[in-house]
Design a protein around this ligand. Structure first.
Ligand code: AMP
Length: 397
């Protein structure tokens, strides 16, 4: 892997693709700095190594051309403060001003370029646009795992202009290593826990994992499509009718391969999708009409906790229930705690996908698991077995 630890940055201008797509409030204050904070070690490493840094990122989804609310200048004070230096700014990511400011940059200095997505050429993966960006730096570093599944100009196309000088930053390196470890070098037993609302979007992951895992635990709204496929009654619970057959096939394929496929035995059923709804604990395959299962029940929690506790590798994606509502969070909370406890005992645990990350944060367990992926869609595609353009472009010779 071409990483920044094996490169001499002295006197070089490093063009880093970061993911500074942070949420801003209406006063343009950053409401969650996680993505910027995560990129700081890569930036500091290059500056400490005698290099200069040119940062490029997207922010939000501008429609056509520049839009004030999506300007990266709003984040300038925060990065300057974190790095303890005055970060310079080019109000266009290409063009004369960017060229001049990049040319004037001295070792130890940092330049932030304006939002890449003010040009539609960015998401189109335009080669000419990529070459203009490439002109600004001597070495290309990709540290934006969140966009690694996109073949955009700055995330993939640009790499061809740096045949011998293209590298992964620390975020990319850690993400790729953690997911590779789980997929190709996992300690046994390996347990994958999959939840969330829908089977669609998760079924490819389940299928790709079948020849790697020992146990699959299903929870969340998606469990009901599996239960329906097995002939159970699911009342008004979430169902993806068109995926019943696919769910059945995945279940039998798992059996054929000797993978234990665990579906919840009980569920907390509610008479409305509401925290204050009336609830009843019922068998997961006998949900009365008019009720919907919104969390896994205590029997399921007990058996899943035991399986997780005996695992050496754990991959968790998707909540067990509607954990945003207090009355339906017990399953997700218990699973998060079980994953943390297993990790403390020595298991390797990887948590990824928006809502399971939110759950781990909600229960303050981020530091008690092995790795929390920042990647969302990119992580899911990687686990599905797809090649990520952002990873491939840097690895390719
Ligand atoms: P996903 O984006 O597919 O991972 O789904 C995450 C969402 O699934 C969360 O917002 C949960 O509230 C929701 N969810 C989890 N379990 C259920 C359930 N039993 N019924 C409806 N929604 C659920």
């Amino acid at each position: 892997m071409n990483t920044i630890d094996n490169y001499n940055f002295s006197g070089k201008k490093a063009l880093i693709r970061v993911d500074f797509n942070v949420p801003l409030n209406d006063k343009f204050d950053i409401t969650d700095t996680t993505r910027i904070d995560a990129a700081l070690p890569t930036i500091r490493k290059i500056l400490d190594g005698g290099g200069a840094v040119i940062l490029m990122s997207h922010l939000g989804r501008p429609r056509t051309g520049p839009e004030e609310k999506f300007s990266l200048k709003h984040i300038l004070p925060y990065i300057s403060e974190q790095l303890g230096l005055e970060v310079k700014f080019a109000d266009d990511c290409i063009g004369e001003q960017a060229k001049e400011k990049a040319a004037d940059l001295k070792p130890g200095e940092v330049l932030l370029l304006e939002n890449l997505r003010f040009y539609k050429e960015e998401t189109e993966g335009d080669e000419k646009f990529a070459s203009k960006l490439a002109f600004l730096g001597d070495v290309y570093v990709n540290d934006a795992f969140g966009t690694a599944h996109r073949a955009h100009a700055s995330t993939a196309i640009i790499a061809q202009f740096f045949p011998n000088d293209k590298l992964f930053g620390y975020i990319m390196e850690n993400e790729v290593r953690s997911i590779d470890k789980v997929l190709h070098d996992s300690g046994k037993p390996f347990t994958a826990i999959l939840g969330g609302a829908k089977v669609s979007g998760k079924i490819e992951i389940i299928i790709n994992l079948l020849d790697k895992v020992d146990n699959i635990i299903i929870g969340g709204g998606m469990m009901f499509t599996f239960i329906k496929a097995m002939g159970g009654n699911i009342g008004n619970s979430l169902l993806e009718e068109d995926l019943i057959d696919t769910a059945k096939k995945a279940f039998y394929k798992a059996k054929e391969l000797g993978v234990n496929f665990y579906i919840p035995s009980d569920t907390v059923a509610a008479d409305a999708f509401d925290n204050d709804a009336n609830t009843r604990l019922v068998p997961a395959d006998a949900v009365p009409d008019g009720l919907m299962g919104l969390d896994i029940g205590p029997d399921s929690i007990k058996s899943f906790t035991e399986i997780i506790g005996n695992s050496s590798t754990i991959l968790w994606n998707g909540p067990m229930g509607v954990f945003e509502m207090n009355n339906f969070e017990a399953g997700t909370k218990a699973i998060a705690e079980a994953v943390a406890a297993a990790t403390q005992k020595g298991a390797f645990s990887l948590i990824g996908g928006g809502d399971s990350v939110a759950a781990i944060n909600k229960y303050h367990l981020k530091d008690k698991v092995s790795y929390v992926s920042t990647g969302g869609g990119a992580m899911l595609e990687y686990i599905e077995g797809k090649e990520l353009p952002g990873v491939k472009a840097v690895e390719e010779l």
